[in-house]
Design a binder for this molecule. Structure first.
Ligand SMILES: Cc1cc2nc3c(=O)[nH]c(=O)nc-3n(C[C@H](O)[C@H](O)[C@H](O)COP(=O)(O)OP(=O)(O)OC[C@H]3O[C@@H](n4cnc5c(N)ncnc54)[C@H](O)[C@@H]3O)c2cc1C
Length: 391
């Protein structure tokens, strides 16, 4: 079968890419390994996503925001603190002159909403429960072989995009090497109800065993992303709910009154994966396939969507020209280089600086947080980073 573009991975990045190209007349195939039912029931769908203001602007431009904004909670203030130390800082939408610093949404709601929009696209065919078995290319085309339970299919296109997540098969089939750093930490994800209203404040609390985020969701709920050393996380997951909530309360304190569990707990091991290249012959990798980040700064999807928007803009302006040509792909890679590096370094530095109990480092970061609180310009830069705006 001949198409123009093959997107491997029907997650947030892959689906958003197809949607962002709907005004072109490109014929697109999306290959998704799971069925829609399996994706809908996946534990990972229970994570909350903090969407930067820049991401919301992009979703709006794709006509995706209006139909889902009701499920998103605006973040009006961000409170950053360090457990057991004096340093803290506070970012405010009002001071930045914006309606919100970002929004929080259940990932499953956003994923389903986007997948429903993709299902209506005229020029896009989605192959669910189908995996990529092989990729070869020549000067003119890329050939992708697919396997599902029922059949084997061969596709030919101008370009293949790997948007198939942190363990990307496309990356492996293209022989692109990667750097992987195992943080020795897991993120425990759940939702709690709070006896006091959160007043649209997102809390980021750095503790000796890793950061804890409570993100406002609805009026009396918060999404929890609690990063713990892997052994601690395992113990917390195996312990009772009562024990879990007692430890969470002890770590967070009583700013929001009493916390109660209102969703199951899930733990996800954390590592930084960075592909050594993001292009190959007639191929590009985007989103988590190119860079899987620690969730501490909530930057993963925000960065992935910037890959999508950049690639879509370039493809759309390529019109009659070859969208898999080497110079075209090289200019995409060059365009994305600095944003990807900066976001990866910012996130990785946060993990290392704030997971460390070494006294001098604790003093420096507390001084940093305190100084930041008194320096409007520096705070504004941090707020812009949180909003996903370029610095
Ligand atoms: C606990 C946690 C909290 C997070 N919080 C935030 C946050 O607040 N803000 C934020 O911006 N980001 C956050 N992230 C990151 C965000 O979830 C990811 O960056 C984003 O989901 C990546 O989207 P993606 O489409 O690139 O990859 P994925 O979501 O991994 O999608 C890849 C898709 O490819 C499919 N696939 C895999 N292999 C194949 C194959 N061989 N063939 C075909 N299909 C395949 C998969 O089934 C999947 O559907 C968080 C992540 C975690 C784990």
């Amino acid at each position: 079968m001949d198409v123009d573009l093959i997107i491997v991975g029907g997650g947030l990045a892959g689906n958003c890419l197809a949607l962002s190209l709907h005004k072109t007349c490109l014929k697109i195939a999306i290959i998704e390994a799971q069925s829609r039912q399996t994706l809908d029931g996946a534990a990972l769908g229970d994570r909350a996503l903090a969407l930067a203001a820049g991401t919301v602007d992009a979703l709006r431009s794709l006509d995706l925001w209006e139909g889902i904004s009701y499920a998103a909670t605006p973040i009006e203030n961000i409170h950053v603190s360090d457990q057991g130390h004096f340093g803290k800082t506070h970012l405010s939408a009002k001071k930045e002159n914006v309606p919100a610093l970002g929004y929080v949404i259940a990932a499953r709601d956003l994923e389903n909403h986007i997948a429903n929009h993709v299902a209506k696209l005229q020029n896009t065919n989605v192959f669910y429960s189908t995996r990529v078995a092989g990729i070869i290319s020549d000067e003119n085309a890329v050939f992708v072989s697919l396997k599902s339970e029922q059949e084997s299919i061969n596709l030919r296109a101008k370009l293949v995009v790997g948007a198939d997540g942190g363990n990307s098969s496309v990356r492996q089939l293209l022989n692109i090497t990667q750097h992987r750093t195992d943080y020795g930490q897991s993120a425990i994800v759940t939702t709690v109800s709070t006896s006091r209203p959160h007043q649209n404040v997102a809390y980021e609390r750095f503790t000796s065993s890793g950061p804890l985020a409570l993100l406002p969701l609805g009026t009396h709920h918060c999404a929890v992303v609690w990063t713990r050393k892997s052994d601690d996380a395992q113990a917390l997951m195996q312990g009772s709910e009562a024990d879990f909530i007692a430890q969470l309360q002890q770590c967070f304190g009583y700013r929001l009154g009493e916390l109660n569990l209102s969703a199951p707990r899930h733990a996800f091991p954390l590592s930084l994966i960075r592909a050594d290249d993001i292009i190959a012959n007639r191929a590009v990798i985007i989103g988590n396939a190119a860079h899987q980040l620690h969730p501490v700064a909530g930057q993963g999807f925000n960065l992935g969507l910037r890959d999508v928007m950049a690639l879509a803009t370039m493809i759309a302006s390529q019109s009659d020209n070859d969208i898999g040509a080497p110079d075209f792909l090289a200019s995409y890679a060059e365009k994305r280089q600095s944003d990807q590096s900066r976001t990866i370094q910012f996130t990785d530095a946060l993990v290392h600086v704030f997971s460390n109990e070494w006294l001098a480092l604790a003093a420096v970061r507390n001084l940093g947080l305190t100084l930041l609180d008194t320096l409007p310009f520096a705070k504004s830069i941090l707020a812009k980073h949180a909003m996903g705006l370029h610095l």
